[in-house]
Design a binder for this molecule. Structure first.
Ligand code: GDP
Length: 366
């Protein structure tokens, strides 16, 4: 599955947010209650209103959303790259995720200690990023030396892995994260970069944790974060962890009322889950029938056989073709049969690049 790691300095609201995430209606939707994989990992359903629309048309008995995981990665403090705090554990955990959700404290509260003694989310973000960059810098320098020592310059890796290491190193030495290499990267290079297991090559989403009264509007701190994120090409979500913690415990209707009173149209967690999904460059396709309407996750750019493989490896191996109906056609025409009659059910082959919202039916050899 796909994993977002939740990071941030102590006392910024990571655990509050993680606990809310794992208790929310979205997490408990359909037949997928939040499930604990490890103590700090939770799987949540990706909220998607299209599921209900499709299920209504097909009169499906069941709706099964797709899921992503969140990991609460505790222990980042100044000096983590040198093994301070839970340093090493932290660094090991963060290497396993596909994207980073970076929680920043944007609320004032004299009762909650800030580790640096002041509220400054942009400086906090820099503190965290600096630790991650230092850890990457050291590990790269070490690996490049080893690489050269064992005469690796002769093997094939020397033409692919070493140049990538050197590019990343040059950025880090310049005080910049390795994720800058992601921009416009080819699929081949992306695989090489990911293989380096760097901490700063993951895409980042900033979550501004604000006071309840600022949830709808943001505040001066969130404005500063937004400016920083824009310069980095990172995403931002404004959330009040305190509100989310309350909403997660309310029945659906009461939750809606409570949110409306706060000037919000949906739980911040829904926004966060969707943003995490986008951050990972994931898209959704659907399988639709009387038994169930189900959402499946693939990487942007995935081809039809790979999409089939998400359901079952046999589907990928024996892939013949995929009957494909665009979501809008399926809904406006009123289902599979009318879509077929209107000529909107395409037979797609092995090279078809799956589009977000495609309703697919795979034909395969067993
Ligand atoms: P973590 O160390 O980042 O996991 O932070 P926690 O989630 O444990 O939160 C630290 C403290 O801040 C707890 O006492 C929370 O109740 C409190 N807290 C978290 N979010 C908010 C918030 O939005 N507003 C206020 N006032 N307190 C919060």
């Amino acid at each position: 599955g796909f994993k977002c790691g939740i990071v941030g300095l102590p006392n910024v609201g990571k655990s509050t947010l993680f606990n809310a995430l794992t208790r929310t209606a979205a997490a408990q939707a359909a037949n997928y209650p939040f499930c604990t994989i490890e103590p700090n990992t939770g799987e949540v359903a990706v909220p998607d209103p299209r599921l209900k629309q499709l299920a209504n048309i097909a009169k499906s008995k069941e709706i099964i959303p797709t899921r992503i995981s969140f990991v609460d990665i505790a222990g980042l403090v100044r000096g983590a790259s040198k093994g301070e705090g839970l340093g090493n554990q932290f660094l090991a955990n963060i290497r396993e995720v596909d994207a980073i959700v970076h929680v920043l404290r944007c609320f004032e509260d004299d009762d909650i200690t800030h580790v640096e003694g002041r509220i400054d989310p942009v400086a906090d973000a820099e503190t965290v990023e600096t630790e991650l960059m230092l850890a990457d810098l050291e590990s790269l320098e070490r690996r490049i030396v080893q690489f050269r020592k064992r005469g690796a310059s002769k093997d094939k890796e020397a033409t692919t892995v070493l140049p990538m290491m050197e590019q990343a190193l040059a950025l880090l030495q310049d005080g910049k994260p390795a994720r800058l290499l992601l921009k416009g990267i080819s699929a081949e290079d992306l695989a090489i970069l990911q293989g380096l297991n760097l901490l700063t090559s993951h895409p980042v989403l900033y979550v501004c944790n604000v006071a309840e009264s600022d949830a709808a509007t943001g505040n001066e701190h969130t404005a500063a974060v937004q400016k920083m994120a824009e310069a980095q090409g990172a995403g931002v979500v404004i959330i009040s962890a305190a509100i989310e913690a309350e909403v997660a415990q309310l029945p659906d209707e009461e939750a809606q009322e409570f949110l409306a009173d706060m000037g919000l149209d949906e739980p911040g967690l829904d926004k966060l889950i969707r943003a995490g999904y986008e951050l990972l460059h994931l898209i959704t396709y659907f399988t639709v029938g009387p038994k169930e309407t189900r959402a499946w996750t693939v990487h942007k750019g995935a081809k039809a056989p790979q999409a089939a493989g998400v359901i079952h490896t046999d589907f990928e191996r024996g892939f013949i073709r995929a009957q494909t109906i665009a979501f809008n056609d399926f809904v406006t025409l009123g289902g599979e049969v009318p879509a077929k009659e209107a000529g909107k059910a395409r037979d797609e082959g092995k090279e078809y690049v799956v589009q977000d919202g495609d309703v697919m039916l795979f034909k395969f050899n067993t």
